[in-house]
Design a protein around this ligand. Structure first.
Ligand SMILES: *Cc1c(COP(=O)(O)O)cnc(C)c1O
Length: 357
């Protein structure tokens, strides 16, 4: 790792801020972006020229490889502000490692750690006003890498751009979601790219998800591509089942994204003395538990919504409705613990918080 100083990042400030035109009480997720963005180029075999510039459109040739072969990966993380106006990130080391794991699988050169962290620090200090204090408010950060080389031969590009853009996100109550267990379509397969945060993994989900939505289900829980007998993840969230007092979640493998929220929930469960089994989860056992009343909760875990309650699922034309747990649901317990740690309101026993300086 080559260490650099923040001063190595060339900063061009926006001449005016858009912040006063933003209605922070009515934010639609991912629509509004802050005044600045971080950009770094890969040319001649190395990442170079890290810059912070005003948020703006990119100019690229139509032959840029990202448009043709989907050579693109991304991350999703958040910055939080506490009551003393300190800015925090949550386990950013995990996002850094993961974007490079994703990049490696997509034959994209790995990004230097110092650029990643210095870029984040400088960008967040510059756009600090966009991070509102208060539990649930955050600034959603989207690091991503795209292949920019203008040549449509089907091979890895020789030039790339790494960017970070930031979008303010509001504390919001998310409605419980109804899901369909996949029986035909697959999101990923053995040896594939399911574990990577690859742009194409999302594109491939839109069509089957739109069919599910026509049937009244907002999301799909993906099953293993070979048999469709095992529940894997939701495609933007990892997934947990509570049967009796025990939690169940699938082990990560090359078909499942290794979520930061997932691994944090598993650790918090251990801290709180809640048994959590990490093992293959059969569709049949979840249907059986729903049938005999021992299935108490299903929830998704991911950075955007933290925890999302799942209120119903469908499989093979059987629909199961789950009663909302009013008091002491595991989902709300994990959500409030995570939010409190993220916003510097609770002890951080595992050193998950990272102070932006
Ligand atoms: C990002 C993502 C998740 C959630 O990961 P977090 O690190 O918890 O945000 C789960 N599944 C997929 C496919 C994802 O892309």
């Amino acid at each position: 790792m080559s260490l650099i100083h923040a001063s190595t990042i060339q900063i061009t400030k926006a001449s005016t801020s858009k912040i006063h035109s933003v209605d922070f009480d009515n934010l639609e997720f991912g629509k509004v972006f802050t005044d600045h963005m971080f950009v770094c180029d890969y040319e001649d075999g190395e990442w170079q020229n890290p810059q912070i510039i005003p948020y703006q459109a990119l100019s690229m040739e139509p032959s840029a490889r990202v448009f043709h072969y989907g050579q693109a990966v991304f991350e999703g993380m958040k910055a939080y502000k506490d009551e003393k106006d300190q800015i925090w990130l949550f386990r950013p080391d995990q996002n850094f490692e993961r974007i490079n794991k994703s990049s490696k699988r997509l034959a994209i050169p790995e990004f230097p750690e110092a650029y990643f962290f210095n870029g984040l620090n400088e960008l967040l200090k510059l756009d600090s006003e966009w991070i509102k204090p208060g539990v649930g408010n955050s600034l959603y950060l989207r690091p991503f890498v795209i292949a920019t080389e203008p040549a449509i031969s089907a091979s890895p590009a020789r030039s790339y751009k790494f960017l970070i853009i930031c979008s303010p996100a509001k504390a919001y109550y998310n409605e419980p979601v109804r899901v369909l267990f996949a029986e035909k379509f697959s999101r990923s397969a053995n040896g594939g790219v399911g574990f990577a945060k690859a742009a194409g993994n999302y594109a491939a989900q839109f069509y089957p998800t739109s069919l599910a939505q026509q049937k009244g289900f907002q999301q799909i829980i993906w099953t293993d591509a070979n048999t469709h007998d095992y529940l894997e993840e939701a495609g933007t969230m990892n997934i947990f089942f509570r049967i009796g007092d025990k939690l169940l979640t699938a082990p990560t493998n090359d078909r499942i994204l290794d979520g930061v929220t997932r691994k944090s929930v598993i650790q918090l469960a251990e801290d709180l003395g809640i048994e959590c089994e990490v093992r293959a989860v059969k569709v049949s056992e979840i249907k059986e538990a729903a049938g005999n009343g021992t299935l108490k909760e299903i929830f998704g875990a991911g950075t955007a919504a933290v925890i999302s309650e799942i209120s119903a699922f469908e499989h093979a034309d059987d629909v199961f409705e789950l009663a909302h747990v009013e008091e002491g649901s595991y989902g709300s317990l994990f959500k409030s613990h995570l939010l409190d740690i993220q916003h510097n309101k609770a002890e951080d026993a595992h050193d998950w918080r990272y102070l932006v300086k």
